[in-house]
Design a protein around this ligand. Sequence first.
Ligand SMILES: Cc1cc2nc3c(=O)[nH]c(=O)nc-3n(C[C@H](O)[C@H](O)[C@H](O)COP(=O)(O)O)c2cc1C
Length: 172
Amino acid sequence: MNTLEAIKNRRSIRRYVKGAVIPDEDIRQMLEAAMLAPSAKNCRPWEFTVIKNRDMMQKIMDISPYTKMMETASLAIVVCGRPMDQEGRCGAFWPEDCGAAIENLLLCALELGYGTCWCGLYPSDEGRYEAMAKLIGTNEGVIPMAVIAVGVADEEPAQRGYYDETRVKVLD
Ligand SMILES: Cc1cc2nc3c(=O)[nH]c(=O)nc-3n(C[C@H](O)[C@H](O)[C@H](O)COP(=O)(O)O)c2cc1C
């Protein structure tokens, strides 16, 4: 699958084959893809927590009502931002940087044959990222930005085309 095919084929998957096991080597590849994303001043202000434990997967669903797909997902990857890595080096670009890392992770997962769903945690005024920080035990100042469900897809949402000329301005 080339990059454009992966971009066009990627959809959020909310139903997975229950009990499917993802080899550690595949998880490593997804994380490596995430860590290869561009970041402001190359600060790479991120860290990742891989959750395979079913009780913890249940707790994720308790933290955010929009993560019910964790019920069938094989694992969850919490993507955390590290604003402290950018202090004094560049502006607070860590949310963008983490977003780029997440998209790399999603596309790599697709290439490896897995489905994913990006579930946002930050910003939220409902205490979600704080609760996630507590659940996974982050250090002070580390911000859980999103949790990604990963598994073998048990649904096949259709490709979509969103090209919208009205959103494009070309200045010659
Ligand atoms: C920042 C962000 C937060 C999201 N949060 C959730 C979420 O909490 N739960 C969920 O099911 N999907 C979530 N999504 C997935 C979007 O709903 C999905 O990407 C969008 O509907 C487009 O569908 P597609 O991913 O299949 O193209 C999130 C996506 C982004 C980028």
